[in-house]
Design a protein around this ligand. Structure first.
Ligand SMILES: Cc1cc2nc3c(=O)[nH]c(=O)nc-3n(C[C@H](O)[C@H](O)[C@H](O)COP(=O)(O)O)c2cc1C
Length: 198
């Protein structure tokens, strides 16, 4: 006879044999997370910033190379300049309490883009769990103007060497807008396939 010993539910700390109904903490975070582009005019507490740092450094990376570098920007003047990284879509950085510039060393890993993307999402989800709002600002493959890429603009502004590539800037702060979760019925279930495509 198969004997399954009970184990602690990581969510509610009670013994269980199967998933406790209602213990879906991760899904609750995913449901609530939306891109927040308006922030309150107040700093993020230093101890909260430490949690964000820990989350970033716990991100998985290909072969454990950890090619990422993270630059924490809380100087409003620098954030204002970063807000001009792109013609559209970066302005929200002016008003964020914190911008995390997510970079990857292309000489250390050929999948630095994936590693940086995972770290970007992990810090966004961590921010969600501690009541912060966040938004991804795409830098790689975007243009500052017709003469210079967004990546080069950020590299020059922050003295980043050319081989340290810039994937994104994650804008963070205490939210100053409320966004509802995307309703379950609106999820794109037609994107899910079984055993073959389509
Ligand atoms: C790879 C990526 C790049 C993005 N770039 C930007 C950006 O440059 N500016 C911006 O305002 N939002 C950006 N976003 C946020 C998306 O617009 C947003 O996630 C999407 O519209 C879905 O909305 P939601 O995050 O509220 O669910 C980006 C998101 C991702 C995943």
């Amino acid at each position: 006879m198969l004997h399954i010993s009970p184990f602690l539910c990581v969510y509610c700390n009670k013994y269980k044999h199967t998933q406790h109904k209602g213990c879906y903490r991760m899904l609750d975070i995913l449901r609530a997370r939306r891109s927040i582009r308006k922030f309150q005019d107040r700093a993020i507490e230093p101890e909260v910033i430490e949690l964000l740092k820990e989350a970033l450094l716990r991100s998985p990376s290909s072969r454990g190379i950890n090619p990422w570098e993270f630059i924490f920007i809380d100087d409003p003047l620098i954030l204002k300049k970063l807000a001009k990284s792109k013609e559209h879509g970066s302005e929200l950085l002016d008003g964020a309490a914190l911008g995390i510039v997510v970079c990857g060393d292309e000489t250390r890993s050929d999948v630095w883009v994936e590693d940086c993307s995972i770290a970007s999402v992990i810090v966004q989800l961590t921010a969600q769990t501690i009541g912060l709002g966040s938004c991804w600002v795409q830098i790689r493959n975007r243009n500052h103007d017709t003469a210079i890429t967004s990546e080069r603009y950020v590299q020059e502004l922050l003295d980043i060497p050319h081989h340290i590539r810039v994937e994104s800037i994650i804008a963070l702060g205490n939210p100053n807008e409320i966004k509802n979760p995307v309703p379950y019925e609106k999820l794109q279930f037609h994107k899910l396939h079984h055993n073959r495509f389509p």
